[in-house]
Design a binder for this molecule. Structure first.
Ligand code: HEC
Length: 152
């Protein structure tokens, strides 16, 4: 009866995971997911790339290239799974209910930002001046959405 122990262990682990998932509503999961993705993107964008562009942090081409690659990849993550219908409430959130009233506009602003982030991923690590221009363009694309769809 030796194989029993591993099976019991696997079941115990599986139950722990499903219990955690069941404790959260779908809206709560979506809210936490999008905030995690946006927060990680913000870590690299506002925390590393913007200060480098502003001269508040020494320019390091390798670090810039890496952070910009992460921003470009993370810029795709929040939207599809993070903003389902009904996730305007259910956990503390700054997402305004207007998002779900004008989803087309919200999605367009998300796509515009992804386009700028993709360009940032391409130019960061080349030279500081080029990166600075693209950091500014990307920051504007963040603000365009935050001004309208994120509560202060
Ligand atoms: C299409 C709209 C949109 C765009 C574009 C956008 N954001 Fe946001 N962002 C939001 C919304 C909505 C929230 C609030 C999410 C919540 O609280 O549920 C948010 C929240 C955040 C947060 C706080 C996350 C947390 O709760 O810890 C950060 C950081 C952030 N965004 C960074 C960025 C950066 C950096 C960019 C540009 C590279 C960007 N965002 C572009 C809509 C957007």
């Amino acid at each position: 009866m030796k194989p029993v122990a591993p099976v019991v262990m696997i079941l115990a682990v599986a139950c722990t995971f499903s219990a955690t998932a069941a404790a959260q509503t779908p809206a709560e999961r979506a809210i936490k997911y999008r905030q995690a993705a946006l927060s990680t993107m913000g870590f690299h964008f506002f925390g590393i790339l913007a200060p480098m562009a502003k001269g508040e942090r020494p320019y390091d081409a390798q670090v810039a290239a890496r952070s910009a690659k992460f921003v470009a990849e993370l810029s795709e993550m929040p939207w599809h799974d993070g903003f389902p219908a009904g996730s305007d409430a259910g956990a503390p959130t700054k997402a305004k209910p207007e998002i779900w009233k004008d989803k087309a506009k919200f999605d367009k602003l998300a796509q515009a930002m992804q386009a700028e982030a993709a360009k940032l991923g391409q130019v960061a690590g080349t030279d500081l001046a080029t990166m600075r221009t693209q950091v500014q363009a990307t920051a504007k694309a963040c603000t365009n959405c935050h001004d309208e769809f994120r509560a202060r």
